[in-house]
Design a protein around this ligand. Structure first.
Ligand code: FE2
Length: 298
């Protein structure tokens, strides 16, 4: 009886990211394959699966459900003008509901530019994201890469005195804070209400590896109990430290790539491209973590 060849794993960077070849992702994968992906995720935090052109929205969702509960992600601005009808498929594109490239001054484009800042997905939600799964359907001829930074390695590299200072801090996260960094502040009263800040630990333990990790994100706007300028200055330093090249893998997309990352121990950011000239259509399925970070073991 023929046996399936084991998938091949190749590291992409000394501390973060690996590529898995020889595997076809989908809703009907064997438990052994799901377990192999989990184990590799715990080690590398980012996995690249090339050649997954067969995935459509339904199959991508079904694959996601093998690993946890899929987050509902209605658009935070202009939900009524949404392109993709399914709220569990996050539209990472520069396209409007009519399929055309968004106008330069479109509010959704302004809002989406926040993805260029280092962040962890859904850190502004009471129960934030665990895995994000991003699939490339259409990519521009150049630019539009995604960078990933390993927050466990960044934590390990901090001096012990700084680790002790950070260990028990709690930060407030909101989309309002990240968008304010780019000067976007035109939220409606209703959007502001939905974006009320939520508390998260600054240092958390990554369950799969047992390692401690920084939990940074551009969505952070406050450290509880701290003066705001002192907090923001520290966060800026930490983010600079945590996103040095020794901790960062940069992914150059090909159509059909599916990239999975663990938001509990990484940050990521998009890189610019000519978004007024070329369409870029990536779709994300996001999994919920199990509990708010304040309720998780420190
Ligand atoms: Fe993101």
């Amino acid at each position: 009886m023929p046996t399936e060849a084991a998938p091949r794993l190749t590291a992409l960077h000394p501390v973060i990211g690996a590529r898995m070849d020889g595997i076809a992702l989908g809703p009907d994968m064997a438990q052994a394959q799901v377990a192999a992906i989990r184990a590799a995720m715990d080690r590398y935090a980012v996995l690249v699966f090339p050649g997954q052109d067969h995935l459509d929205d339904t199959a991508q969702l079904g694959f996601g459900r093998l690993f946890g509960t899929v987050e509902e992600t209605p658009s935070l601005v202009d939900q009524a003008r949404r392109r993709l009808p399914d709220n569990q498929i996050n539209d990472i594109s520069n396209l409007g509901a009519d399929g055309r490239i968004l106008a330069a001054d479109d509010r959704r484009r302004m809002f989406n530019l926040g993805n260029l800042l280092w962040h962890s997905d859904s850190s502004f939600k009471p129960i934030p994201a665990s895995y994000s799964m991003l699939h490339a359907r259409v990519i521009p001829p150049e630019g539009g890469e995604t960078e990933f930074a390993d927050m466990r390695a960044a934590w390990d590299a901090l001096p012990a005195a700084m680790q002790a200072r950070l260990r028990d801090l709690v930060c407030d996260h909101s989309l309002i804070y990240s968008r304010a960094q780019l000067g976007f502040s035109e939220f409606t009263a209703e959007e502001r209400e939905r974006c009320a800040p939520v508390p998260q630990r600054l240092v958390r333990r990554h369950p799969g590896s047992g390692r401690l990790s920084l939990y940074l994100s551009s969505h952070i706007g406050r450290i509880q109990g701290w003066q705001v300028p002192e907090a923001l200055a520290l966060l800026r330093d930490l983010t600079e430290h945590a996103t040095g090249p020794q901790f960062v893998y940069r992914h150059h997309w090909s159509v059909g790539d599916l990239v999975v990352w663990d938001n509990r121990c990484t940050m990521h950011r998009g890189r610019p491209y000519a978004d007024r000239l070329y369409p870029r259509d990536l779709r994300r399925v996001t999994l919920m973590d199990l509990a708010p970070t304040l309720e998780q073991a420190a």
